[in-house]
Design a protein around this ligand. Sequence first.
Ligand SMILES: Nc1ncnc2c1ncn2[C@@H]1O[C@H](COP(=O)(O)OP(=O)(O)O)[C@@H](O)[C@H]1O
Ligand SMILES: [Mg+2]
Length: 254
Amino acid sequence: MNLLEGNHISKTYSRGDSSVNALIDVGFTLADGEILGIVGESGSGKSTLLRQISGLEVPDEGEILLNGRPLSPKRTREEYSTMQMIFQDAVGSFHPRRTIRSSIRETVHNLRGRSAEPDLESLCAIVGLDPVLADRYPRNLSGGQCQRFAIARAVAVDPKILLCDEVTSALDVSSQAQVLKLISDICRERHMSAIFVSHDLAVVSTICDRVMVMYHGRVVEEGKARDVIDHPQDEYSRRLISSVLEIKKDESKG
Ligand SMILES: Nc1ncnc2c1ncn2[C@@H]1O[C@H](COP(=O)(O)OP(=O)(O)O)[C@@H](O)[C@H]1O
Ligand SMILES: [Mg+2]
């Protein structure tokens, strides 16, 4: 049985007189312990799909099943804590006038109850940060440090699934690599799964077991990361992949 599964998910947004079909009949599966990558250009529906999965929004059509059971539109606290989102804007994902420690405590209290206390020392060890940094405000930390704390906050509620939306897009290249390794290590060691969204196929292919390619609200390709890169079946995937290869070739020209 799949840990998580989505079937026939559609979502339309109205914008003034017109409407946008952000998701059209999207399906996906996520196995226990798997890292699923979702790649596609800006506007292809990746963030919209994560919002439906996380429960931030309710799809117009379709169903999402957790351990084979459909999730109801109104999630329980338990169901919310099963999936934790991590966003691109790590600094902005923390309250500006609270210390990191206080923000993490608040999340844990909301999802696990008032009596639950996060162990900041262990969490910092997991994400490789000095615990004294937890007493700072988000603006006094680097983007990479905030992203590690965002991962710590997610791990603090002991989720089964991490939902990562462009989590490395705002970081410099070396922090990007560290955050990718951190997420993949955490998933392997703690037996967690992840859905990892990025517009960057190179990023996705480094940490994902399987990749889904989205284009204009639809899934156009899906398969093992290596197979999708080596033998893309769909025209759009082929273009996406050849553009990445072009960039790589240009970089190697120096
Ligand atoms: N709240 C919203 N209201 C109106 N249109 C939206 C909203 N959110 C997303 N969209 C539109 O839905 C499409 C998919 O957006 P999004 O899921 O953000 O794509 P991606 O994350 O792949 O860049 C885009 O055309 C976007 O403009
Ligand atoms: Mg997005």
